[in-house]
Ligand binder design. Structure first.
Ligand code: GDP
Length: 510
């Protein structure tokens, strides 16, 4: 019974391989179930073997305040499309490059540092727009300390301006307002401030605490004032971090470099990253081979709030993935294994749900059949079903001349009730060709007997055995009577054999 198979499957103690060997249920989805169950077994074994003790890597508990040192703010620029986010980022980055006399080629690594004359530094996340911001937030990553909201003075508050405000609010990140395009004749910064009141963004002029800076991203006007306003806000936030112990950070961007393999940009949030550190992020791990800054320059150490390119990953982690340093490579592997295992468990849960649905479907069909056939023994049920399907009227040998079409009378013997029932069921659903008809003469459990041979002789039939024997005496007797005995150990071979036999009985069409 299929329900029994399921019950057995649900119980992971069973030997699935032997189950399949004995299983007569060769429907495709059963195979699929078996495959999944095997996977599940493999994983649970893995769990027992090594993963369980190790479990996941997690962030450390909060640091002792005595260890904390000030860190620079991490800033995301947000705002409506075309209000000047990209231009502003470019200008900020270029100011920086110009400031460093080397003037190297900047490399897009998703974030960059701007140093102020005062020595203060700001880390800008270089992926404008709130798509990246929300993607990170969705992964639970909280990297941004401050949002610079860009609003074009000639356009005012627009749809994405409002969305940006909402995102900042959801993440509980304070805003600095950058009223852009103030070089334009039609610029009206006051209108922008007034419009923002409706969204509870109250600028200092209106008695609120939001700093507003009138800038032009194109001319570079007032960008320093914007940076200073950002630093002022950061000071109020008292941003601090612990530069000691294992590293914690977040992946900002990840990409595959032809020469260097998987590369990530990260913002370090705790500890100090050095070459040789072992990191895990998502379902990947790294032994840090090389670190570089936004100018592509190799660096030896990365501190909290610093953006850093990291080379040495085994696979590509995703933006927003948490980076954690672990003590050894085996530990990193164990963590990654554990995470893959966890994911597999989730998938398993879904699979089990599907299996459960199938089981219910089957049960319903079973109940319907019950209603129809009452409490008959399965043999009687199977036979009734078979007869219904084939509209078989008689179990009497027909004389050759009487036959309207050739018939293949068969006798089925199997090792257990289950297998016989399965074969009978398959026969009953077997869509026989119109030219040749299948006639089930007899079926039962046990080795092929003399009685079977006699029946086969009478009906000019073939005996099919599944996982049963036919003794020497029986074989000889069958040979004498011209009766074929066909023994099989695999259901589908038996079925194929029946089909072949059927085609033999077809009248010759030349
Ligand atoms: P984003 O979609 O927010 O990244 O906007 P962009 O940075 O691509 O800017 C959109 C357009 O506005 C571009 O044509 C920019 O040259 C222009 N723009 C950006 N900032 C300013 C500005 O301060 N003044 C003027 N006049 N144009 C600007």
């Amino acid at each position: 019974d299929i329900d029994c198979v399921f019950e057995a499957l649900m119980n992971t103690d069973i030997d699935i391989d032997s189950l399949e060997a004995h299983s007569h249920l060769d429907e495709a989805w059963i195979k699929e179930v078996l495959k999944k169950m095997r996977m599940k077994l493999k994983w649970s074994k893995l769990k027992q073997d090594k993963v369980r003790e190790n479990k996941d890597a997690v962030r450390r508990p909060q640091a002792d305040p005595a260890l904390l040192i000030p860190r620079s703010p991490v800033v995301t620029i947000m705002g409506h499309v075309d209000h000047g986010k990209t231009t502003l980022l470019d200008k900020l980055r270029k100011t920086q490059v110009a400031a460093m006399e080397a003037g190297g080629i900047t490399q897009h690594i998703g974030a960059f540092l701007v140093s102020l004359p005062s020595g203060e530094r700001i880390t800008f996340l270089d992926t404008p727009g709130h798509a990246a911001f929300s993607a990170m937030r969705a992964r639970g990553a909280q990297v941004t300390d401050i949002v610079i909201l860009v609003v074009a003075a000639d356009d005012g508050v627009m749809k994405q301006t409002v969305e940006s405000i909402q995102h900042a609010r959801d993440a509980q990140v304070p805003i600095v307002l950058a009223i852009n395009k103030c070089d334009k004749a039609e610029a009206d910064p006051e209108k922008v401030k007034k419009e923002l009141l409706a969204y509870d963004v109250v600028c200092e002029d209106y008695g609120g605490d939001v700093q507003a800076v009138h800038i032009s991203a194109v001319t570079g006007d007032n960008l320093m004032a914007l940076a200073e306003a950002t630093i002022a806000l950061a000071e109020m936030l008292e941003l601090k971090a612990d530069p000691t112990g294992p590293v914690e950070g977040t992946v900002i961007e990840s990409f595959t470099d032809k020469g260097r393999g998987p590369v990530t940009t990260a913002i370090i949030q705790r500890g100090t990253l050095r070459k040789g550190s072992i990191l895990v992020a998502g379902k990947s791990w790294a032994k840090v081979r090389l670190m570089f800054d936004e100018n592509g320059k190799p660096i030896q150490e990365a501190y909290p709030s610093m953006p850093v390119g990291i080379v040495g990953w085994r696979d590509l982690p995703s933006a927003g993935d948490e980076i954690l340093e672990v003590e050894s490579e085996p530990r990193a592997r164990a963590v990654v294994d554990w995470r893959k295992y966890e994911q597999e468990q989730e998938k398993n849960k879904e699979d089990l749900k599907i299996i459960e649905e199938k089981r219910k479907e089957h049960q319903e069909a079973h109940h319907k059949a019950r209603e129809k056939y009452g409490t008959l023994h399965w043999k009687e049920r199977s036979f009734l079903k078979y007869q219904e399907k084939k509209e078989q009227k008689l179990l009497k040998p027909k004389e050759k001349e009487e036959r309207d079409s050739p018939v293949l009378p068969i006798i089925i013997k199997g090792d257990v009730d289950g297998s016989v029932e399965a074969i009978v069921n398959i026969m009953s659903t077997y869509d026989a060709s119109h030219e040749c008809e299948l006639q089930l003469v007899h079926f039962g459990v046990g080795d092929v007997s003399e009685n079977d041979v006699n029946l086969a002789e009478t009906f000019h039939g073939v005996i099919y055995g599944f996982n049963v024997n036919a003794g020497n005496v029986i074989q000889k007797s069958a040979a004498k009577k011209g009766v074929k005995i066909k023994l099989h150990k695999i259901i589908y071979r038996l079925i194929e054999d029946v089909q072949e036999e059927l085609s033999f009985r077809l009248p010759c069409t030349v």
